[in-house]
Design a protein around this ligand. Structure first.
Ligand code: 1CP
Length: 352
């Protein structure tokens, strides 16, 4: 049984119910822009050591919550823990990002890929969730997350971050059946992973589809959205009424807003390449909306930040169902003072 939350704005807004002020959390609210994060990461050795140690992951999750008046915490982990659990050998190369020892570059590799027992192989994540719940003591809700099958597949096929995604696109167009087989395995894994996170106590989940926006419309539908919908259906089937709200976020995906609404997600995240006014009109109150400030605005002075916040809040208007966020992750060299100002400004200008 979940304890009642002291600050319930985020959950209320997800249900499109009235709130006393617009809730705000920030993608990558924990991380390198915080000196206490850099210190802890240095003492732990590296980023993966932080993720895999439940106590440290818990501590990193709490860092932004202690500093700022955020309305939700997000589990500190990474989307790439799933391919790691599948045996691909995740490691991080300094200043270059994630790498895998093994790539999924053929139908045979897909055939050989096993769907691990998500409960066992990612138990460190659920332990972190339990630890975070104790630390949070019901102050604010906790968000769990996963990558979308498509976004996970990009890293597994490319073997690392990519700019042109040529390997995965070649694979998709040359071996569409094998691509579907890979995405199916990932959808099964993600469903089970999010299910376990929910059982461990997260109050909402977000599916990060960072790379869905590189696709054409029919390919996005068939290879990305389709699998996010499958995950949502799976969670609804497994959990029924006790399923938590589900947020989907396709970076650069606003052209498909209407299609996303068919996924049964409770909330759609948008980046800053579309105006909130346009999103609001098209969504027309059917789901909650999360977003969509350009993360780079945190490099500006406070007057500029305040003006952008007021503009965004005005564009959304009085109706319920807005969760304030950046349109993508926090940049690594933002001044934490600016984040404090942003959070306070959102609350100040949205208080009812
Ligand atoms: O300390 C470090 O140097 C590691 C930097 C870092 C951090 C802080 C990585 C490596 N991951 C994270 C944390 C993280 N990643 C969170 C924590 C929760 C939060 O505070 O929001 C989350 C939700 C993620 C999810 C994630 N990882 C995504 C989806 C969201 C997004 O930002 O698009 C993706 C694509 C990743 C892969 C990844 N992990 C790390 C890096 C540098 C990358 C991106 C690689 C690339 O450029 O493609």
């Amino acid at each position: 049984m979940m304890k009642p939350l002291k600050n319930n704005r985020f959950i209320q807004a997800l249900a499109r119910k009235p709130v006393d002020a617009t809730p705000i959390w920030l993608m990558r609210q924990a991380g390198r822009y915080l000196p206490e994060y850099r210190e802890l990461r240095a003492s732990a050795g590296d980023f993966l050591a932080l993720c895999k140690n439940p106590k440290l992951a818990c501590e990193v999750t709490m860092q932004p919550i202690r500093r700022f008046e955020l309305d939700a915490a997000i589990l500190f982990s990474d989307i790439l823990t799933i391919p790691d659990a599948m045996g691909l050998g995740l490691h991080f190369v300094k200043d270059e990002g994630p790498r895998f020892h093994k790539k999924i570059d053929s139908k045979i590799a897909v055939d050989e890929l096993s769907v691990p027992d998500m409960r066992e192989s990612l138990s460190y994540v659920y332990e972190a969730i339990e630890c975070i719940q104790v630390e949070l003591a019901g102050e604010v809700p906790l968000i769990g997350f996963s990558g979308s099958p498509w976004t996970l597949a990009t890293y597994m096929v490319e073997g690392q971050a990519s700019k042109d995604f040529r390997h995965i696109k070649r694979f998709l167009y040359q071996e569409p059946e094998a691509m579907h087989q890979l995405l199916d395995k990932l959808a099964i894994s993600v469903t089970e992973y999010l299910y376990q996170q929910i059982l461990s106590g997260v109050h909402a989940v977000q599916i990060f589809d960072t790379w869905g926006g590189i696709l054409s419309t029919p390919i996005y539908q068939e290879f990305s959205l389709n699998y996010m919908s499958k995950i949502i259906r799976g969670l609804h089937e497994k959990l029924g009424q006790s399923c938590v709200p589900i947020i989907i976020f396709t970076k650069n995906g606003h052209q498909w807003l209407e299609l996303m609404l068919e996924s049964s997600a409770d909330c759609v995240g948008v980046d800053w390449s579309i105006s909130m006014e346009n999103v609001k009109k098209r969504v027309a109150g059917r789901v909650a909306i999360q977003g969509n400030l350009d993360p780079a605005i945190l490099y500006a002075d406070n007057t500029t930040i305040e003006k952008a916040v007021v503009e965004l809040l005005d564009q959304f208007g009085e109706a319920p169902g807005h969760i304030f966020n950046l349109g993508h992750g926090m940049l690594r060299d933002v001044d934490p003072e600016k984040v404090d100002f942003l959070v306070k400004t959102v609350h100040k200008h949205s208080q009812s």
